[in-house]
Design a protein around this ligand. Structure first.
Ligand SMILES: [Zn+2]
Ligand SMILES: [Zn+2]
Length: 106
């Protein structure tokens, strides 16, 4: 099960995980978006999933590219992060299962 989309999910999960560990990276990215909107460098767009214009938030696929954002409403943003979290959990479960199997039980 190594489809391209699966690999992308895991990489996405990893980049968010790393950013969380580093802590300050998401804050810097959000501040960069806020400033870019203020100075007209970035324009808030409707949710790319449902077209909603209220409660639209900037989502970063890669915090190292602070102005490379996707616009998602609060609902779809939460949904997206839930999916990423699930992918990360699945990846973690897979690797811990492998570890358990390779450990002698007796
Ligand atoms: Zn939406
Ligand atoms: Zn996001």
């Amino acid at each position: 099960m190594t489809t391209a989309s699966h690999q992308m999910c895991v990489r996405h999960a990893k980049s968010i995980y790393n950013a969380r560990v580093k802590g300050t990276v998401p804050r810097i990215a959000r501040e960069a978006v806020g400033n870019a909107i203020k100075y007209g460098k970035l324009v808030r767009e409707p949710c790319e999933e449902c077209g909603k214009v209220e409660t639209v938030e900037a989502h970063h696929d890669d915090y190292e590219k602070p102005l490379d954002v996707r616009w998602l409403c609060k609902h779809h943003h939460n949904l997206h992060h839930w999916a990423v979290k699930k992918a990360r959990q699945a990846a973690t479960t897979e690797s811990s299962e492998v570890r358990l199997k390779s450990t002698p039980s007796s």
